[in-house]
Design a binder for this molecule. Structure first.
Ligand SMILES: NC(=O)C[C@H](N)C(=O)O
Length: 325
């Protein structure tokens, strides 16, 4: 069990009583005496105490290395606790860069430990149960929240405060915790792991918005090694952005996703300037069902490893399909 911080580990730490991440793994485990009923030999590692908006790719690469070391040393399952704000991205990073069958289970909390009915203890207990369950082998990285198990490739934080904040809009939870047991509903198709490169990258993300003239896009794009465009609907932008996106797509990878929150980028429906067909014909790469945030994680991983255009296009083709069996 590795801890990264987040609300699950927060207690009042400022004069106003606002919470900050301070608790260690031992504190989190003290809140779940029921763990005694689970047949598991747990070792803990206090890795970071961060609010999750402060987690970056450097921290995640380090975490992935530690996880691989633990697996090589014989761990049957890994649990990571962290803040929920970025768990949809960090889980996908681990999912895509760590190979093998060992379950990697991430969890957090929406209500901090000093609130009434904090959800962290139940989430952590469920996460440990899933990580220890042989049925979880080969699922890749999963996120366990509120008695639901979500595949990293689909999970979204869909509400800012609800304890039921996590959904898989393009699929469904792949399992549930029922009467303390892990019930598996579907198995995401395994994705071969991608190498974790060491290049520093800056991947920008831009959301299409009503009436945007895009005047700021050129100076913004200059500072990036790649871009994700979260287009309207099935992958559309205002026509006046097209010449610049074409120029950018000639110079660096530009991935087209949808800002809607679910559903794929289209391929061949609309033909007007700024439509998905127009943009794809100008070299933008189709993110398929990957939402813009996961598309950005994938593009980071590929660019950090020095992947070329063909490799990037192929990786998005493979990753953008719905992969539940
Ligand atoms: N519920 C949470 O964990 C939110 C917190 N701001 C974090 O992501 O660190």
């Amino acid at each position: 069990m590795l801890t990264l911080g987040g609300t699950i580990a927060m207690t009042p730490g400022t004069e106003s009583g606002a919470v900050v991440p301070k608790l260690a793994a031992a504190d989190l485990l003290r809140a779940i005496p029921e763990l005694a009923e689970v047949n598991v030999d747990l070792t803990t590692h206090d890795f970071r105490r961060l609010p999750s908006p402060d987690i970056g790719f450097g921290v995640m690469a380090e975490l992935a290395t530690v996880i691989e070391r633990e697996i090589a040393a014989g761990a049957d399952g890994i649990v990571v606790t962290q803040g929920t704000d970025t768990i949809e991205e960090t889980s996908y990073f681990l999912d895509r860069t760590i190979g093998g069958d060992t379950p990697i289970v991430m969890t957090g909390a929406m209500r901090h430990p000093t609130q009434a009915s904090p959800d962290g203890p139940a989430n952590l207990l469920s996460a440990i149960r899933v990580a220890a369950d042989p049925n979880a082998r080969g699922l890749g990285c999963v996120v366990v929240m509120s008695d639901e198990i979500h595949a990293a490739r689909y999970v979204r934080k869909s509400h800012s405060t609800s304890t039921n904040a996590f959904t898989s809009p393009n699929a469904a939870p792949i399992g549930h915790i029922v009467e303390n047991e892990f019930v598996l509903l579907s198995r995401p198709r395994p994705c071969p792991p991608l190498p974790r490169g060491t290049r520093t990258t800056s991947i920008g993300m831009v959301h299409a918005a009503l009436g945007d003239d895009g005047s700021w896009l050129r100076p913004f794009a200059e500072h990036t090694d790649g871009l994700v465009i979260a287009g309207f609907g099935g992958g559309h932008v205002p026509s006046r952005l097209v010449p610049l996106l074409h120029e950018l797509a000639d110079a660096k990878p530009v991935v087209l996703a949808s800002r809607t929150g679910s559903g794929p980028v289209l391929r061949r429906t609309y033909g007007y300037p700024g439509s998905e067909q127009d943009l794809l014909s100008r070299g933008l790469i189709n993110a398929g069902f990957l939402d813009p945030f996961k598309a950005r994680v994938l593009l980071h991983v590929l660019v950090a490893a020095g992947a070329g255009r063909e490799e990037i296009t192929r990786a998005f083709q493979d990753s953008g399909e719905i992969q539940v069996s």
